[in-house]
Design a protein around this ligand. Structure first.
Ligand code: KG4
Ligand code: ZN
Length: 391
């Protein structure tokens, strides 16, 4: 089965074509085409992701990403343009009415290309920025209608979970129960997975997500967006040079007997510490290191508790923040030493931030139970979708 997958939940516009041979979870997956446009440098000038800008950029780049993914897969075939039947073109234009730039690009693309061999369209419908999600959802609906391929709405966080256990074209055979720690710009969640496709939210942040805290602290230190990688570089340099912070930071929520997180107090502590003074580059590196150490210690401790409470056999890390070198190394070292029987999955660095291959995997997982055809008008972008709603 060839799966076309579309991801537009935040500031990455991504389209992939993935071939699944066999049924979930034992299929072999071949990535035939994978196109991704990161809007990060566009958002950098505003210091964060603006939903209206993200929406505009998705609308501008989706058709080029589709063409690139199909081209890589060798299934982009031009034809002498043929107008679409009137009723089809009217339906497409009405689906894409809220994204005129996308509508203007999509109709000519369909008129001038032969229908590619696609059996399923998987699209992220949440969680994420709603205006951004809608662009992908409406694009998927338009393609689904004109190619007659069924559509399956995918939970972005399930994509992060599956991309972590995706190794060499297969999903690993994991032992349940598993605990997933999902850390991204919008989420910080501990999830209990008792079986494939069965998710229970057991801990979450009460305020900022980890990635959001990284980005905000970076801004306080005068670093560009996205701040996570910038903080990481400074913190690594501080460790290499043995730099200590000019002030200590708290380890929030460690005393609370639950699995929830809170990072806004930590962020505020950095703000008070920085206190409008101009810090030297070495001091900034020390602050970055202390912040990263605090976050890492809290994440490890809460994850350890979740593992103990549920006698988990597998730990899965997912989300953009798992690209962080120190967090990856610290989790590996701690759990390898303290929990030698636990299998730990950390996504390959290129699959840890948002991408559409993971959306194809999650689409395949859901396809058997949730295929949609016919009336697609009920597929909605749901910004606050949780992984509990996934089934
Ligand atoms: O999963 P993701 O690509 O998008 C969301 O779904 O949010 O995660 C993006 C987040 C951003 O906050 C970014 O600063 C953070 O992941 N991030 C990092 C690193 N690379 C990306 N945070 C810490 N260290 C990194 N190396
Ligand atoms: Zn993400």
């Amino acid at each position: 089965m060839n799966i076309l997958s579309i991801e537009t939940s935040c500031d990455e516009t991504a389209v992939s074509l993935v071939r699944a041979t066999g049924g979930f979870p034992h299929a072999t997956y071949t990535v035939l085409g994978n196109a991704l446009f990161s809007q990060a440098s566009i958002h950098a000038q505003y210091g964060g992701v603006f939903p209206a800008v993200a929406k505009r950029e998705h609308a501008r780049t989706l058709v080029p990403m589709l063409a690139e993914a199909l081209q890589q897969a060798n299934v982009l075939t031009e034809r002498i343009p043929e107008p679409l039947p009137n009723d089809q073109s009217d339906t497409l234009r009405s689906i894409l009415a809220r994204e005129p730039a996308l509508s203007e690009a999509t109709v000519p693309f369909l008129e001038s290309h032969i229908q590619p061999p696609i059996d399923l369209i998987a699209v992220t419908h949440g969680p994420g920025l709603e205006p951004a999600l809608w662009v992908g959802v409406n694009f998927a609906r338009a393609l689904s209608l004109s190619w007659g391929a069924p559509i399956v709405p995918v939970n972005h966080m399930e994509g992060h979970v599956l991309s972590s256990i995706f190794k060499e074209g297969h999903l690993d055979e994991i032992a349940f129960p598993a605990i997933a720690l999902l850390i991204s710009g919008g989420h910080t969640e501990l999830i209990l997975i008792k079986d494939w496709l069965s998710y229970e939210l057991i801990g979450k942040t009460r305020d900022d997500a980890v990635g959001e805290a990284f980005d905000k602290v970076a801004r306080m230190l005068g670093l560009p967006y996205p701040g996570g990688p910038e903080i990481s570089k400074l913190a690594d340099a501080a460790r290499a040079e043995g730099l200590t912070p000019p002030f200590p930071l708290p380890r929030p929520m460690l005393d609370a007997q639950n699995l929830d997180f809170s990072f806004s107090g930590l962020k505020t502590a950095v703000r008070y510490g920085v206190d409008g003074t101009e810090h030297t580059p070495r001091e900034k590196s020390g602050i970055a290191r202390e912040f990263e150490d605090s976050v890492t210690e809290v994440l490890i401790e809460k994850t350890r508790r979740a593992i103990d409470q549920n006698e988990a056999k597998t730990l899965i890390l997912g989300g953009g923040v798992t690209a962080n070198r120190h967090i990856r190394a610290s989790f590996r070292e701690y759990f390898m030493n303290e929990y030698p029987m636990l299998t730990v999955y950390i996504p390959d660095a290129h699959l840890s931030t948002d991408n559409s291959v993971m959306i194809a995997l999650a689409g395949h997982a859901k396809a058997a139970t949730a295929l949609r055809g016919g009336d697609l008008s009920d597929i909605k972008a749901e910004g606050n979708l949780s992984l509990n709603d996934c089934l």
